[in-house]
Design a protein around this ligand. Sequence first.
Ligand SMILES: Nc1nc2c(c(=O)[nH]1)N[C@H]1C(S)=C(S)[C@@H](COP(=O)(O)OP(=O)(O)OC[C@H]3O[C@@H](n4cnc5c(=O)[nH]c(N)nc54)[C@H](O)[C@@H]3O)O[C@H]1N2
Ligand SMILES: Nc1nc2c(c(=O)[nH]1)N[C@H]1C(S)=C(S)[C@@H](COP(=O)(O)OP(=O)(O)OC[C@H]3O[C@@H](n4cnc5c(=O)[nH]c(N)nc54)[C@H](O)[C@@H]3O)O[C@H]1N2
Ligand SMILES: [Mo]
Length: 762
Amino acid sequence: MTTKRRSVPGIRHYDGPAGGWGALKATAIAVRTQMDTFEAPATLLRTNQPDGFDCPGCAWPDKEHKSTFQFCENGAKAVTWEATTKRVTPEFLAENTVTSLREKSDFELEGYGRLTHPLVYDRESDTLRPVEWDAAFARIGEVLRDLNPDTVEFYTSGRASNEAAYLFQLFAREYGTNNFPDCSNMCHEATSVGLPRSIGIGKGTVSLEDFDNTELVISIGHNPGTNHPRMMGTLHELSRRGVPIIVFNPLKERALERFTDPQSVVEMATYSSTNIASSYFQVRAGGDAAALKGIAKHLLQLEAQRGDVLDRAFIDEHTRGFDAFANDIDATSWEAIERESGLNREQLGNVAEAYAKSRATIITYGMGITQHNKGTQNVRLIADLLLMRGNIGKPGAGICPLRGHSNVQGNRTVGITEKPGAPFLKSLKEVFGFTPPSRHGHDAVQATRAMIDGSARALICLGGNFAVAMPDHKRGFPAMRNLDLGVHIATKLNRTHLLVSKETFIFPCLGRTELDVQSTGKQSITVEDSMSMVHASSGKLKPASPQLRSEPAIVAGMARATLPGTRVDWLSLVADYDMIRDYIEKTVPGFDDYNLRIRTPGGFRMPLPPTERVWPTPEGKAVFSVFEGVDENASATGEEALRMVTLRSHDQYNTTIYALDDRYRGVFGRRDILFMNEQDMADRGLEHGDRVDLRTALPGSTLSLEDITVVAYDISAGTVAAYYPEANVLVPLDYIDEDSGTPSYKSVPVNITLRSKEIRQL
Ligand SMILES: Nc1nc2c(c(=O)[nH]1)N[C@H]1C(S)=C(S)[C@@H](COP(=O)(O)OP(=O)(O)OC[C@H]3O[C@@H](n4cnc5c(=O)[nH]c(N)nc54)[C@H](O)[C@@H]3O)O[C@H]1N2
Ligand SMILES: Nc1nc2c(c(=O)[nH]1)N[C@H]1C(S)=C(S)[C@@H](COP(=O)(O)OP(=O)(O)OC[C@H]3O[C@@H](n4cnc5c(=O)[nH]c(N)nc54)[C@H](O)[C@@H]3O)O[C@H]1N2
Ligand SMILES: [Mo]
């Protein structure tokens, strides 16, 4: 539909491909505004090189970590953001009260630059003041010793290294709790819960080589042009080889349509681009289960006609539960599938035909699948579809969850989990000599609930921006301020730090790009990427301030001050990270010869039994699931409700806002946007540029977001989209996937009311 539109400030149609010269220009701007231009080229060249540091941007792997510099605009932004020359000095903090800083936007807060000193909140002056490291540790120890360990929450954001995360869990478990809310709980928890039930392990099964051998990629609910830009090189190559790429996404995302590879001299020189998606299906938000069931249904019908579509031998030998799965698919009506997915039978049939033809298929997925109240079941349906044709454990095929933070998968591997298994606890006890608690702890939603009801008294954060990343700020923010103690290990100031508790400490830490020297010399840390490759990372830059300490050193400092009778030799561990890795090797399976193997370029792969068709499920087989019906759980109030998804812009890293543009979606200098389908707008009498209020359309909810501007966009009918974290105020805390606890950030029913026809001037 093309109606003539009013002009709205900051909104321009973006016609070009993704990538290309625009990406180079954006990188140059990031470097110019953040970094010492003298150091920038050398730093960027060390990203993801064998002797360099792991890019803090995303968890997409690198080809053997040996290739020459892989250009990635958003990787470069992540690096320049950390390697910025801007500083939050004690003078600055003396002049700006915490109350006044809370008035600033998230964008401004992080924009002040790197933290330089350990800080304590001084209530009298309402400022953050420098404090001596040891005095801070001693006070934290005193407070923690007085608290019941189960009233303390230990939050991890997925940028922490394996070494830091391992020490963090060791500290908390020796102290006495399994309260480990972590960013994974808001992200791929549905994968961590769903995949073990289906294939026995909560990780993806594909490697980069599988992409070289695949015949079909189905990409569901992720936006790689922004969030995993190095994946675009892979998709670009596949498309040029003629491998079909079928996309399911409610929004037309430019990078999934057309991409100019900045590594391609010819494309850059000729301003040409490559089409990425061979077919693009604008599924309704939350309609993926219906779509997947539609594909499975057509596949079963083809099998009935032809008999050669299912991999019968694989199903018989390697799986359980196929009949129940197939019966449910048979019983699901096309009418329900079409209604819920927003796609028709013919479209889904075409996907099934392409799938039936491919001898090796990969399905990739992201937050569009997991952040729903049937997220775990969505993940399992993807596995089911792959199992139908034996697409797990053979070259060129498999399941590929696109992880979030660069080491979120590694954090989980080394023990950041609120539900530790008995073997892990047993080995901790054997190796360290203390008895770790076995009662389950809190995940992110449970931790926030405990903070709200007052039963949690302290929050210790290894990175991240917990309060802002979580749903329902209206209840979450005051809960933070009600705590006895808040401790934040961070590189930059953010809103969670400023929601000061009775006592608050902020500890500035080294980032990935910086040199980490301990008493035995230079240290490397290790990380695990989305494809289970573990490798070393070593920063080279001079630290942002002489006061900075490494994350392992800070965790060890707190542990020593809290646990007078500790069984762990914290000082030796911090002196030489090889020793931390030796302990990881002794207590976590899969790290044999850890220190040796990370010294080979490219590192090593963690064990992935399903790739060899070994299924560590209780049944010893891969297990089909049954997704009852096709619907999300939500029963929206009101006929008119639309389903809101919350999105990342191109210029943001989670709650870190690099700049206010979202170039591929045609938004410049603002974020107060509601993307809307033109028919949905017309049905409600709304025009491009109208200002509206949103209300969460769930029974009993009073959540609202005021004054957001409607922008006509190519988005599926019934779906609207707004930016994260601004729209988190509309997400109820209890609106979660019950299986995994993941908040349903991608399917919040909302009602829209017109606020003003006047166009907001920027
Ligand atoms: N530059 C940059 N890189 C990042 C991040 C960042 O913020 N910035 N964040 C990191 C983290 S922690 C993560 S988890 C990943 C996130 O990476 P993604 O999974 O790509 O995350 P989102 O931006 O939330 O985008 C989800 C995509 O899903 C689509 N979508 C929404 N709802 C649905 C649905 O119901 N069905 C389908 N099929 N699609 C849907 C949206 O239109 C959008 O294109 O990226 C990581 N990398
Ligand atoms: N509505 C909505 N909400 C969401 C999502 C969504 O799609 N929609 N996505 C969810 C997802 S997938 C995730 S992963 C979470 C993200 O939640 P978090 O991981 O908690 O948030 P980040 O924004 O990544 O954290 C940014 C902060 O990390 C600190 N930091 C940066 N680098 C380092 C470092 O090297 N070390 C340390 N110690 N600190 C560092 C900086 O102080 C910075 O302010 O948000 C979730 N929230
Ligand atoms: Mo994430």
